[in-house]
Design a protein around this ligand. Structure first.
Ligand code: AMP
Length: 452
């Protein structure tokens, strides 16, 4: 099937050709015709499947007719994090370049005044994180009664982040005749309940998980004693042909300590997690994208949605607690047809988590090395059980912190080069932002549509 066969406008087809896309992905082929028929949909799909375009493309054509009215957005897309919201905005820019649609991005960290100005002019598409949207709604700055289309993206992540009550509240403010598209990687009972309450006769669409379908990622488990993790990691980085890698840890303190240790060992490494300031976080990500650093040590804040081209390796320094996080983490490599490798360190305490991961992906992962007993007195901290059966909800305060994370991918092409062991440039203290302004790449439509 080709895009031309699914009835998209000529303008969209032109933009798609320029983006280099020939064929719709399975989620696009299944979802786009349903959206065009004005059906509600529940789509079980992960990032990496092309799900963003599966709602952005038909929305652009649907919204092409009609005019925006002041303070009354015509459509609303809810995203759990700023980075995902910004990525959706970039998608609108890319595919909507031959349409005259106006958009606003309503996310934490952007000057509120500019966002309000854009809304007051009237927008066709509002892309928002629930916290910031509720904030503005409660101040009476926005009316949702003209919103004919609602997208709830990454619904299960919204659940983990404690946003479901906000979403329920938002749903009641939209017209009941609206069209609703719900995207989620999994369908836990609270999401099912949300769908039953707010969707009408939805079409159910499910596509394969990218990790199970992605044969481009070679996966390995590495048995290791906790005290040997750093040594094993540096050995692996040296023995593997690592051009660049993301190294995931479960705790921010581990991220920090590991980054320092890698830098001391002469690697060009950086770190991102929820505790470092926005400006530094953004700089670290850009340094990774443009090749100034080769290793990015990260917490799970970075696992969802980040689309960095050409990541050769993912190392799970700590096995993830949620099996879904495993899929998101390893999905940072092997993107866009490239080959990638994912190594997950396994200590004795991780065995149960590994079992859940293997169950989820439906096969055993190759194991390297024998598991070593922890040395005397060595602490092996077993995580609190956080299996999907009874997922521990992140407390709301923590969820807000995640929403505050400012990891905004900028599409910087990077040349492949072997990993060199030079210390990474240290971020300068005066780089820190002195306000809470958006410091990520600003989608062009924002600067175009906001009167200064
Ligand atoms: P998503 O699942 O929306 O995060 O998309 C994952 C990646 O696939 C993004 O880099 C998109 O630009 C890319 N993509 C989306 N649709 C297509 C397509 N039909 N053909 C090729 N790449 C695509």
């Amino acid at each position: 099937m080709r895009f031309a066969d699914i009835g998209l406008s000529d303008e969209l087809l032109r933009a798609l050709t320029e983006a280099g896309y020939d064929e719709p992905t399975p989620i696009q082929a299944a979802a786009i015709p349903q959206v065009q028929m004005m059906r509600d949909i529940i789509a079980i799909a992960q990032t990496g499947t092309g799900k963003t375009a599966s709602f952005v493309l038909p929305m652009i054509d649907v919204l092409a007719n009609g005019r925006a009215r002041a303070r009354m957005p015509r459509s609303l897309i809810l995203e759990p994090t700023r980075e995902l919201a910004a990525q959706v905005a970039e998608n609108f820019e890319k595919y909507g370049k031959y349409h005259k649609l106006s958009m606003a991005l309503l996310i934490g960290g952007v000057q509120m005044g500019d966002q309000v100005k854009a809304l007051e002019k009237g927008v066709d598409v509002l892309i928002a994180t629930p916290g910031r949207l509720m904030d503005l709604f409660e101040r009476g700055k926005i009316l949702l009664t003209g919103c004919e289309m609602l997208v709830i993206d990454e619904a299960d992540r919204m659940l983990d982040m404690g946003f479901i009550p906000d979403i329920e509240h938002i749903c009641t403010k939209l017209p009941t005749t609206r069209q609703t598209l719900l995207f989620s990687a999994t369908m836990p009972p609270p999401i099912k309940k949300l769908a039953d309450k707010f969707l009408s006769n939805p079409k159910y669409i499910e596509v394969a998980r990218p990790a199970t379908a992605n044969i481009n990622i070679e996966q390995f488990l590495v048995n290791v004693a906790p005290a040997k993790k750093r040594d094993v990691l540096t050995d692996l980085i040296r023995s593997e042909k690592v051009s660049n890698a993301i190294i995931f840890c479960n705790r921010k303190t581990t991220v920090r300590e590991l980054n320092q240790s890698l830098q001391r060992a002469g690697f060009r490494a950086g770190e991102i997690h929820g505790d470092i300031d926005q400006s530094t976080r953004q700089k670290q990500l850009e340094a990774f994208k443009n090749g100034d650093i080769d290793l990015l040590v990260a917490s799970d804040v970075a696992a969802r949605g980040l689309d960095v081209k050409g990541v050769s390796h993912v190392f799970n320094f700590d096995a993830p607690w949620h099996p879904d996080d495993y899929i998101h983490r390893i999905g940072r490599t092997g993107r866009a047809g490239a080959k990638g490798k994912a190594f997950t360190f396994v200590t004795k305490a991780d065995e149960e988590a590994i079992e859940s991961i293997e169950k989820l992906i439906g096969n055993k992962i190759e194991r390297l090395g024998k598991i070593e007993a922890p040395a005397a007195g060595e602490e092996e901290r077993a995580p609190a059980k956080r299996g999907r059966k009874a997922p521990a909800k992140a407390p709301k305060a923590e969820a807000r912190e995640i929403e505050e994370a400012k990891i905004v991918p900028a599409p910087v092409p990077r040349a492949k080069k072997p990993l060199s062991e030079k210390p990474a440039p240290k971020p300068k203290a005066d780089d820190a932002m002195d306000d809470d302004g958006w410091n990520g790449p600003m989608p062009g439509f924002l600067s175009a549509s906001i009167p200064k």
